[in-house]
Design a protein around this ligand. Structure first.
Ligand code: NDP
Length: 248
């Protein structure tokens, strides 16, 4: 039986761990050729090896999505190598929790640069290709934090709220070109995300909260992405909000 994404090319940012890695594996298992982007080259090499062992096609591209030039080079490289880009999964992200008062403002800049500007750079670089193809699918990873604000999460909320807003504006701008836009809003997922929190108090609080629930697995989110990506061309899954059963 033909795989559902045979002939499609997917570019996934933040594919060196967690949700992005699981998504690359899942899209490749559906027959898509995947370009996997992140800064950690070794992790990408391991992922590519695994996909090749499973008879898939994967191309690693080391880049920092917060750097516009690097992003344009990534997109040019993938288009040159794989011929087209059908699916863009804007997944690279940081969650540097902490109160606004007394924050290390460098955390804010890093989150805005990756979660917002990185997503915009990839989208901006990929759109001309999708417009020329008259088809494409941009899948943005927001969060429950893009729907519900909490003390200690304000700037992460800003970025993920922004992703929801951008996704809807973009959908309205490009649907006539047969480009679909979806936004996925996960609750807590067991990944490396919390390891990068620099505020020790916030990190401890988050770890304690996570210990009290069974979080989602990265594969749960990959399944939601595969669902959106495998619908018939006439269907645009606009939004999927998905929480662990035990999350308030
Ligand atoms: P991980 O930390 O496991 O993955 C984050 C990925 O982003 C890594 O592959 C990392 O790769 C990449 N990344 C970070 N900065 C950059 C950069 N400047 N350039 C390129 N790649 C970068 O966390 P998750 O899998 O959990 O996170 C994926 C997305 O899911 C994020 O957008 C996050 O906000 C969102 N999310 C996660 C939830 C969770 O509970 N885990 C809940 C809701 C949303 P590298 O370091 O190699 O560059």
């Amino acid at each position: 039986m033909a795989k559902r994404l045979e002939g499609k090319v997917a570019l996934i940012t933040g594919a060196s761990s967690g949700i992005g890695e699981a998504t690359a594996l899942a899209l490749a298992a559906e027959g898509a050729q995947v370009a996997v982007v992140a800064r950690r080259a070794e992790r990408l090499q391991e992922l590519v090896k695994l996909i090749h062992e499973q008879d898939g096609t994967a191309v690693p591209v080391v880049a920092d999505v917060a750097d516009e030039k690097q992003v344009q080079n990534v997109v040019n490289h993938v288009k040159g190598k794989l011929g087209r880009i059908d699916i863009l999964v804007n997944n690279a992200g940081l969650m540097l929790l902490g109160m606004i008062d007394g924050a290390n403002t460098e955390d804010w800049r890093r989150m805005v640069d990756v979660n917002i500007m990185g997503l915009l750079y990839t989208t901006h670089s990929v759109l001309p290709i999708m417009k020329e193809q008259k088809s494409g699918h941009i899948i943005n990873i927001s969060s429950v934090a893009g729907r519900t604000a909490r003390a200690g999460s304000g700037v992460y909320n800003v970025t993920k709220w922004g992703v929801v807003a951008l996704s809807e504006a973009l959908r309205q701008e490009v649907y006539k070109d047969h480009i679909r836009v979806s936004v996925i809003e996960p609750g807590a997922v067991a990944t490396e995300l919390t390891e990068h929190i620099t505020d020790e108090e916030a990190k401890k609080k988050q770890a304690e909260w996570l210990q009290g629930i069974t979080p989602l697995e990265s594969e749960d989110i990959a399944n939601a992405i595969v669902y959106a990506a495998t619908q018939p061309e006439r269907v645009n899954v606009n939004e999927i909000l998905i929480r662990p059963i035990e999350q308030d």
